[in-house]
Design a protein around this ligand. Sequence first.
Ligand SMILES: [Ca+2]
Ligand SMILES: [Ca+2]
Ligand SMILES: [Ca+2]
Ligand SMILES: [Ca+2]
Length: 621
Amino acid sequence: MDLNRRGRRAKIAYGAKALSHKADPNFMTPRIKQTLFLVLFAALIGSVFVFRALRTTPARDTLSPESALERYGFHFREVAKSCGIDFVHQGPVLDAQLEHIMPIAAAMGASVSVVDFDRDGWADLYVVNSGPGSKNRLYRNKRDGTFEDVAESMGVADLNRAGDGACMGAVWGDYDNDGFDDLFVYRWGKPELFHNDAGKGFTRVSAKAGLPGWINAGCAIWVDFDADGHLDIFLAGYWADDLDLWNLKSTKIMPESFQFADNGGRRYLFHNNGDGSFEEVSAKVGIASTRWNLAVAATDLRGTGFPDLVLANDYGVNEFFANHGGKRFDEIGKESGIGERSKSGMSVSFGDIYNQGRFSIYVTNISEPGILLQGNNLWVPVRNRSGDELRYENRADSLGVEIGGWSWGAQFGDLNNDGDQDLLLTNGYVSSDADATYWYDYSRIAGAHRNIIIDAANWPAMKGRGLAGRQQKCLWINRAGKFDDIAKAVGVTDTYDGRAVVLVDLWNRGVLDAVFANQNGPLLVYKNTVKAENGWVQFELEGKKSNKNAIGAQVKLFWDGKVQLQEVSGGNGYASQNQRRLHYGLGGATQIDRVEIRWPSGQTQTITHPDPKKLHRVTEP
Ligand SMILES: [Ca+2]
Ligand SMILES: [Ca+2]
Ligand SMILES: [Ca+2]
Ligand SMILES: [Ca+2]
């Protein structure tokens, strides 16, 4: 609305300027030509691709750790090397017919997920690689501030062999409820399930599970969609299913449109039969879509007791699959307000940003100053509407979390333990040393006819140029529902091409540390220091009737006149999985009124006055 108006004004202004040159036969200088193309690009891509004066709040200048601690209550220090982590991601190398656009065709694969695979109470990290023959890492937490890679000896390293595809991400879930988290790895290629053998090794069980031979996956999560106590897998495709990206029969593999592409990969819902096998039931429950998917997250948004699915799609609108009793799903993106506009969705996360016991939804997109402004979305539930009347409105602009560059993964978490959920975002597409950028050519192809766009052979060669690279990450601190980007001030200063970000208390200190996975870049570990006066409390849940991981449990903390809702998650953001342990900041409060847990089984439990500054392990009654 407001955004469109401004956009139209900007376009008209550009148009008038160009027309005034009409008498001059040489007016089409390369610069004007480029500008015209970019305007055309915006017009063709539709209302959400608009020009307007940027109203960003630039990241504050850097501060000393002491000043940051004083002013904001926390600061980060990047410590990957000193804690023994030297991982550098290698991107996929696809069919040579894509060589001219390889940096953007193969721009994904950096992923990180948190697990305590050996159940020693200390968080470990699993990181996937994507280059031919490259190795994944499983970093075991040695409890002394360092990590060691045990992927090779555990049998989960060598997962990028020729013929198997390239890893895109991994999520952990205890599918057989034996107490140890099992590993699901998804690729542009063969999906794999590994059984965790009591933390001592892993056994590949993909064949027994009945997984398909090939899926060009964009994302996957663990979710118990029918609340039967067994974790199911939801997985969505990016590229079309029949493509082998290493042996292309045709180059007509690209999206058919930058706005409404429907020629991507299909969705899969693997129902866990409880005996180690899975049945694919997407058609049976009414989930059918072939949009180019990049992210999904599940939670019960409608208060039915069953988890709904929110999907962020590239080259199109987002989807909201409403879960009806674990038996049927309806796509209500448009009705709910989150599927109205086509953008380039890349991450989904849920956060109770106002401490009112309800989730808002954050989905990231693309914003490039002066060229393309989609803006990220923060969908806040409209007051007093729930169930089938549930509606969301996008408040990203007014709350200050709209502009985040070429955005990828984003996570909510209370980074300074003041009781308000903050938001951490990673970004950047393709960095290069070249002065020239690919934006002009990118806009030309984006504005072209379907038959042109769809054929990779028509995409202009990148020739070493970058596209929206070297971007400063965003860390928005939440002050009573208003967000302020202080990333640089608190020490988050890298400009790698970020993809995934996770939040995890790596050293059991009662704070959330952050780990970033970067495309063709190093894994970064940002260690958090929070001022001691701010309290916190953590909960680790174990289901009995519910799935053992308690994925899907909703937990409300009541304290200091506030309530904060969090949920145990089986994967969210982009290609990532946070710790399942729930972490709440308490600010200056020294007492907690109560905690209300709604287990995935539907059972509710209340704990009164749990001690602050403590991790509580809670088993389902
Ligand atoms: Ca561990
Ligand atoms: Ca298990
Ligand atoms: Ca299930
Ligand atoms: Ca906070």
